[in-house]
Ligand binder design. Sequence first.
Ligand SMILES: CC(C)(COP(=O)(O)OP(=O)(O)OC[C@H]1O[C@@H](n2cnc3c(N)ncnc32)[C@H](O)[C@@H]1OP(=O)(O)O)[C@@H](O)C(=O)NCCC(=O)NCCS
Length: 188
Amino acid sequence: MEFKDHFKNIPCLETVRLKLNAFEREDMEEYFEILRDNRVQKYLGGGVPLFDKEPNITNWLNNVNDRLLKRRVVFTWCVGDKADGRILGRIDLGGFVKREMAEISYHYAYEVRGKGIATEAAKRVTEFGLNDLGLWRIQGLVHIQNAASIRVLEKVGYVREGVLHHYPFGREFHDVVMMAMVKEKPPG
Ligand SMILES: CC(C)(COP(=O)(O)OP(=O)(O)OC[C@H]1O[C@@H](n2cnc3c(N)ncnc32)[C@H](O)[C@@H]1OP(=O)(O)O)[C@@H](O)C(=O)NCCC(=O)NCCS
C-alpha cells in the first residue's frame, strides 16, 4: 500500500489488550469525562479544550475522521479496552513532514494509569508509522516534568535527544524533552 492510501480511513489497530479505532459519536461522552479531569490535562500545555457541545462535537468528528485525515494532517485514534469496550484514551500521529517524519501524542484516563496501556498503544502506533507508513522518524515532545510519559516513550524504544527550552507546547511555552525513534538507514 502506498503512503497516501493509508489516509482514506482511520486504520483499526489492535494490541493484546487494546483496540485503536476512529472516534464515533457514542464514544464522546466517555472521552469528555477523561478530558474533564485536571490530572489528565496537567502536562498538556494548557490542556485539550473541552468541546462537549454541538456543533463542536460534530465538527470535531468530521475533522478527525475526514478532513484532517484526507489532508494527511493527523491520525486520531480512540483507544478502547478490548475486554469491556471501555474508552481509555486517545492517541495521535500527525504533523507529517513529507513522508519522513511525524509526531506522536496521547492521553489516558487517570484511573487506568500504571497498567502499561500508554506503552502498549504507543508501541503499536510507532510500528504503524515506521512499518506501514514507512516513516524514518517519529518524535514525541514531552513536558520536562512528565516523567511517566518520558518513561513510556523510553520503554517503546525512543531516545532522549535533549531539552528544548521555552518551546511552544500545546497553547503554552515550556521546557520540553525531545524523544525520538529514528529508523536506521541501510548503509551506502
Ligand atoms: C503519562 C501517561 C501517558 C502514562 O500512561 P500509563 O498508561 O500510566 O503508562 P504506562 O503504564 O505504560 O507506563 C508508565 C511508566 O512511567 C512510570 N512512572 C509513572 N509515574 C512516574 C513518575 N512520577 N516518575 C517516573 N516514572 C513514573 C511507571 O512506573 C511506568 O514505568 P515502568 O513500567 O518502568 O514502571 C498517562 O498518565 C497520561 O495520559 N497522562 C496525562 C496526559 C499526558 O501527560 N500525556 C502525555 C503527553 S506528552
